[in-house]
Ligand binder design. Structure first.
Ligand SMILES: [Mg+2]
Length: 215
């Protein structure tokens, strides 16, 4: 692994998205949930929303005013800055709608996140509207981008990576990804559950050591 290239998801990997969603749900629908209550990636299910409430929530949480104020995940900036000094390259791979591109870059600049570029991927078949100057990729488009490791939290995208790639996955532990339906063999071979960003950094170091051939 000469120059590691790391895939980094945005929501709940780079920034603390779910905590912000909890506040929006309380404000809009008057129901307060705890972080541990979000047991499903499907917010409609986790927050017990009607289809109409779900549509309202999806519109609200992609509003630039909401995306702009999400705090970074604990420890992420230290790790990314350290990686930058060591030549580790990072590409942000997000399932956000292409229309959020300006506020994504604004947030990254605001927090001085070192990154090479942001790619928008239709991770969840949400059929996003086209947006000028932003290319929306299919998950299949990222298979051959040369990633050394992916940092993800979303079960659907982790499943795609396991089924279609051999990219090692640092799965950031979240209530909604604790019951993945994959085989133990797949889990052991490709997925490493990490409880925080220092653990993600540790995993990349282990992968780099493994890739060094003995003399
Ligand atoms: Mg995510």
């Amino acid at each position: 692994m000469k120059t590691p290239l790391v895939y980094i998801d945005f929501d709940d990997v780079l920034c603390q998205t779910a905590h912000t969603f909890i506040d929006v749900v309380e404000r809009e629908f008057g129901r307060r949930y705890a972080f541990e209550d979000i047991r499903f990636f499907n917010l409609e299910k986790s927050f017990h929303l009607t289809p109409q409430e779900y549509d309202t929530l999806m519109a609200l949480i992609h509003d630039p005013g909401v995306l702009r104020i999400m705090p970074p995940m604990p420890g992420v900036l230290d790790v990314l800055n350290n990686w930058q000094t060591r030549g580790v390259r990072t590409i942000i791979v997000t399932g956000r709608p292409p229309a959020t591109e300006p506020v994504c870059h604004e947030w990254l600049e605001q927090h001085r996140v070192p990154y090479e570029r942001v790619v928008f991927v239709d991770k969840y078949s949400r059929d996003h509207a086209d947006h000028p100057n932003v290319q929306l990729l299919s998950p299949h488009d990222i298979k051959d981008m040369g990633f050394s490791m992916a940092v993800e939290d979303a079960p659907a995208m982790v499943q795609f990576l396991v089924e279609h790639t051999a990219i090692p996955i640092a799965l950031l532990d979240r209530p909604w990804n604790r019951e993945l339906g994959f085989s133990h063999e797949a889990m052991a071979a490709q997925i490493t559950r990490c409880h925080d960003w220092p653990a993600v950094a540790e995993h990349l170091s282990e992968l780099a050591q493994c890739s060094v051939s003995p003399p």
